[in-house]
Design a protein around this ligand. Structure first.
Ligand code: ATP
Ligand code: MG
Length: 418
């Protein structure tokens, strides 16, 4: 036998059990977003590198060191998408998805790629559910987006989620804040990690997000963006706050929430959850009114992305039924085998999931396997049943077994929702 070829570090195989969890969370989310008027889109996994270097910003973690970039056969530089917002805005501009006088509401789910150090809750291929409201600049758009995210957590039964909200200001009020922040960082440089010091000039806002405990402590005393907001940003932020309060969304203002992406302005938010360790952000989002201008358009927008691995990790799966086999049909003799398959197809046609033996196993072995599938009932066909047009219904929980007419058994079954 040749050597087992292994997968690549940080690229995980998602087992049937975990895929069930992903799909379950995605399906519920899909329906929830639909109730707010969002429609699903599919976007390419590969884009021109320029889309991200311009749309995300050169001085961000993602563009600096996390992108999977490679030359196409004709020499063009391509990148596996590290996030979905830049693609969504590009698609909106390119595809003419503008809704006159309204907000274009879209969402997507799928893999993202970032060259990061793999660890629990952090992978090189990971899955996101992303949502974008493009074309609205008012605070009520932000309120609805955050309200929707909160209600999704309620819908999915998540306990212990906190929504943290901040304002990042705008082109007018951020520069003076940034200047004071840079001075603060320079004065504290001796107590900060090398990453923070390096980011002082390139992306000082990101320093606020440093995860090193000693940096966190120093940064407690840093300037606070909320004290620098211009009147327009302040008004926007206070209307977001009163909207969220009016809708009873439990949230906290956290002036340390920043985004690693340069194009974000005004409202920024994060949902954090207990039980995730250091990687505790389940979702992150914000307003990105400046993004479109970087890539050749001009439209405001706000959105968020949920990390699907982290979301499914904190959901309570004990309270959610996993899929089970509805019926196992056993063949008592070889002549019955094809009739078992015919009956199985008839039940599947009514929406049930059915398993049968495909390996010529003995009846005893079939019953053992049936028991293991977790089904409560096994149907059995042998030569007598074939002659009489009947079948045996055996109830695993009680051990009862009865003979019933095959036609009337099928007729009586209501069918299961498909
Ligand atoms: P972090 O601070 O954890 O690196 P980020 O700011 O890079 O997060 P975003 O780009 O805002 O994250 O992505 C939104 C969400 O996607 C995160 O809150 C997280 O749940 C998830 N996510 C981001 N990177 C990864 C990864 N490498 N593996 C798994 N999930 C991830
Ligand atoms: Mg990151």
């Amino acid at each position: 036998m040749s050597k087992l070829i292994r997968g690549i570090r940080g690229f995980r195989d998602i087992s049937p059990d975990e895929t069930f969890r992903h799909s379950y969370a995605e399906d519920r989310t899909r329906k929830h977003f639909g109730r707010f008027g969002y429609r699903e889109v599919r976007l390419p996994l590969v884009e021109s590198t320029e889309l991200f270097s311009r749309g995300i910003g050169e001085a961000t973690d993602i563009v600096e060191k996390e992108m999977y970039t490679f030359p196409d056969r004709n020499g063009a530089s391509l990148t596996l998408r590290p996030e979905g917002t830049a693609s969504a805005v590009r698609a909106y501009l390119e595809g003419g998805w503008k809704i006159q006088g309204g907000v274009t509401k879209i969402f997507y789910t799928g893999p993202m790629f970032r060259y990061e150090r793999p660890q629990k809750g952090r992978y090189r291929q990971f899955y996101q559910i992303g949502l974008e409201a493009i074309g609205g600049s008012g605070p009520m758009v932000d309120v609805e987006v955050i309200d929707l995210l909160h209600l999704l957590f309620v819908e999915l039964g998540l306990q212990d989620v906190k929504i943290l909200v901040n304002s990042l200001g705008c082109q007018v009020c951020r520069p003076p804040f940034r200047e004071d922040l840079v001075n603060f960082i320079k004065n504290s440089a001796g107590d900060l990690c090398s990453n923070c010091v390096r980011r002082t000039e390139t992306n000082p806002m990101r320093v606020l997000d440093c995860k090193v405990p000693s940096c966190k402590e120093v940064l407690e005393a840093s300037p606070v963006i909320l004290e620098y907001l211009c009147p327009e940003c302040e008004d926007h932020f206070s209307r977001v706050n009163s909207g969220l309060t009016g809708l009873n969304v439990p949230y906290e203002v956290d002036p340390r929430i920043v985004r690693g992406l340069d194009y974000y302005n005004r409202t920024a938010f994060e949902a954090v959850c207990g039980g995730l360790g250091a990687q505790n952000a389940v979702a992150a989002g914000g307003r990105y009114d400046g993004l479109a201008r970087e890539i050749g358009g001009d439209v405001p927008g706000i959105g968020f992305a949920i990390g699907l691995e982290r979301l499914t990790h904190v959901m309570d799966w004990d309270s959610i039924a996993s899929p089970v086999v509805d019926y196992y049909i056993a063949a008592a003799t070889d002549t019955a085998r094809i009739h078992v398959m015919i009956l199985a197809d008839a039940l599947r046609g009514k929406g049930y999931s059915v398993e049968t033996d495909l390996e010529d196993r003995s009846l005893k072995a079939q019953l053992r396997i049936a028991n293991r599938t977790g089904t409560s009932q096994v149907l059995l066909i042998g030569d007598d049943e074939l002659k009489a047009g009947t079948l045996q219904v055996k109830d695993f929980s009680t051990g009862d077994q009865e003979t019933v007419d095959r036609e009337s058994f099928l007729k009586k079954l209501k069918g299961k929702e498909k």
